[in-house]
Design a protein around this ligand. Structure first.
Ligand code: SF4
Length: 291
């Protein structure tokens, strides 16, 4: 397959066949995101998709997971997606997971019945960058979503039986909105009860000045202890039944893994230890974060 770069996938899709059904992101306006800033959004033509699946058929039984790139495959109409899923299932007999990035509004634009049909055709996991549950922060970052649109999309996903892996960005509200970002993000994930939850730390691939220019405002990222405080406040406010939690993205200072709620106290203790004795907490150095 000929890829149009840059190409992104979640870390857990390292062994999946990455299949671009769109190029770029149909929104492409989030202030903090540079993933597809060099690409114009395009939907791939059905005949191109058909031809590419035909070409990949030789991989046959070796393919058991497929990830739809780029930014938000769910923007495609349900009939288009069902056609692609049917063709993939026919090409790869061992296919057991098909996943994609998806924006809450694109999910919410489909009915539960449509989402159920997609799940029955094999689309069983969606990765969603919720980023924050705080409307002020979402607006500031031009996310194009609100607390309510996130709840609507992700709850529809759950009703349809599609698993969700959601992300929250530590530090996204800066110092100014840190507390409300943490508390409202916890409230949001509590309503959604995702199967997977992860946090990453806001980073500036083109420097803080470039970020501030896009934001049209001043911005101060909490320092490492401030970020850990915010993460602790977020976790303390979660009330999750069984969400696999990870804070192991390269951007994180402190690597955390557990199941929320069962491991909530253990995770909070680790954060508290790191705040009190940062020198003993194996916090990642800046060079290790590689950003
Ligand atoms: S919706 Fe996602 S991919 Fe698109 S600009 Fe925002 S964060 Fe980036």
């Amino acid at each position: 397959m000929e890829y149009e770069y840059p190409l992104f996938r979640p870390p857990s899709e390292a062994n999946s066949l990455i299949f671009q059904v769109t190029h770029g992101c149909s929104w492409n306006k989030c202030v903090f995101c540079e993933m597809y800033s060099t690409k114009s959004f395009k939907v791939k033509k059905p005949e191109t998709i058909k031809m590419e699946i035909e070409k990949m058929k030789s991989l046959g039984s070796k393919v058991n997971k497929v990830f739809f790139a780029d930014g938000d495959a769910l923007v495609l109409s349900t009939p288009k997606l069902l056609n692609i899923l049917t063709e993939l299932n026919a090409a790869f007999p061992n296919l057991r997971r098909i996943s994609a990035y998806a924006k809450p509004k694109d999910i919410a634009a489909k009915s539960v019945q449509e989402l159920t049909e997609l799940r029955q055709a094999g689309l069983n996991l969606l990765y969603t960058g919720l980023e924050s549950g705080d409307d002020m922060v979402l607006k500031l970052m031009n996310k194009g979503e609100t607390y309510q649109s996130s709840v609507e999309g992700m709850c529809k996903c759950k009703k349809a039986g599609i698993k969700s892996s959601v992300m929250i960005i530590n530090g996204l509200g800066g110092i100014q909105y840190s507390t409300q970002h943490a508390v409202n993000s916890a409230k949001l994930v509590n309503e959604i009860q995702p199967e997977y939850l992860s946090t990453l730390v806001l980073s500036f691939p083109f420097g803080i000045d470039h970020f501030k220019k896009r934001l049209h405002a001043d911005f101060t990222l909490p320092d490492t202890i401030g970020l850990l405080d915010e993460l602790g406040l977020f976790i303390a406010n979660t009330d999750l039944e069984s969400s696999i939690f990870r804070s192991d993205h390269a951007s994180n200072y402190l690597v955390l893994k557990g199941i929320l709620g069962k491991d909530k106290e253990m995770l909070l203790q680790k954060i508290s230890n790191a705040i009190q004795k940062p020198e003993e907490a194996s916090l990642r150095e800046e060079w290790e974060r590689g950003l």
